[in-house]
Design a protein around this ligand. Structure first.
Ligand code: 13P
Length: 289
């Protein structure tokens, strides 16, 4: 089976009150681990790459080829979408061309008129070739690919305006932050999420900054219309932690412990274990059966 658009899996998740995990990939190991965890958990998955991560990996075409080839060689049976995370106008167009099956156009830093204008163009272009689209209203806190945002709460009327353009799913700031949550974080703003969910009239919502949000809060957000949860930092943290322990225990200097296949294994195993835990928490386990 080839890679699929994210629309059908997200619509099903929305109707069934669970969320599709959208894991950011950073390299070959990440991609293999994400596919392994999701296949073993029988969960549909969105593998996503930011423009910076795609550049690091060798470009959009390289990412498309890597995901397609691993999908084939690993005998993957679950639905897999390849999505551009926080795309620019040019990036979204380039990814549609390169073979991504889903793109995010993040026009949240433009004024709302310009965001609407550009979102509309990307939606028309993507839909003409069966690619799903995510747009964003209101910033997400933290730093993503070097771009800082103050994490404003999205305006429900603006969310409605973008939802009405026919976008497939919508990212809206509700107090969520990319990266680690600070100890004094106020939590997700459910009052605002409720207002947005009512305003967009059943459009699936996306929760960015899915790393480290307490389970009760992710569950509640899913009940209130969130159907895609983005996770990057959490997998990076478990990978780094397991790798540090391996090196601190001196295992890299025992025998051939420096061989990357050995050196990276504890980190990879940690990614698979954490991804499986998140799949359970988001309720998508078994949904690809
Ligand atoms: P985290 O790195 O906080 O998990 O956020 C990921 C994300 O939202 C990607 O868009």
């Amino acid at each position: 089976m080839v890679l699929v658009s994210a629309k059908e899996m997200i619509d099903k998740a929305h109707a069934g009150h669970y969320a599709i995990p959208a894991f950011n990939t950073n390299n070959l190991e990440w991609t293999k681990c994400i596919l392994k965890a999701c296949e073993e958990s029988k969960s549909p998955v969105i593998i996503q790459a930011s423009e910076g991560a795609a550049k690091y990996m060798g470009g959009y075409k390289m990412v498309v080829d890597m995901v397609r080839d691993l999908h084939d060689s690993m005998g993957i049976t679950i639905p897999v979408a390849l999505h551009l995370d926080h795309g620019t106008y040019e990036g979204a167009k380039a990814c549609i061309e390169a073979g991504f099956t889903s793109v995010m156009f993040d026009g949240s830093h433009y004024d709302i008129e310009e965001n609407i204008e550009k979102s509309k163009e990307i939606i028309a272009l993507a839909h003409s070739v069966g690619v799903s689209v995510e747009c964003e209203v209101g910033g997400i806190g933290g730093v993503e690919d070097g771009v800082a945002s103050n994490g404003e709460l999205a305006d429900p009327a603006e969310c409605k305006a973008v939802a009405d353009l026919g976008v497939d799913f919508l990212a809206a700031g509700i107090g969520n932050i990319h990266g680690k949550y600070p100890a004094n974080w106020a939590g997700l703003n459910f009052e605002r999420l409720n207002e947005i969910n009512e305003a967009v009239n059943g459009k699936p919502l996306v929760l960015h900054g899915g790393s480290g949000i307490p389970f009760e809060q992710t569950s509640k957000s899913i009940e209130m219309g969130v159907s895609k949860i983005n996770v990057n930092t959490e997998l990076q943290l478990v990978f780094a932690d397991a790798t540090r322990k391996y090196i601190e225990a001196g295992k890299d200097i025992e025998g051939k412990g420096y061989d990357p296949r050995k050196l990276l294994k504890p980190g990879c195993d940690a990614i698979v274990a954490k991804a499986k835990e998140l799949i359970k928490a988001f309720g998508s386990e078994g949904k690809a059966e």
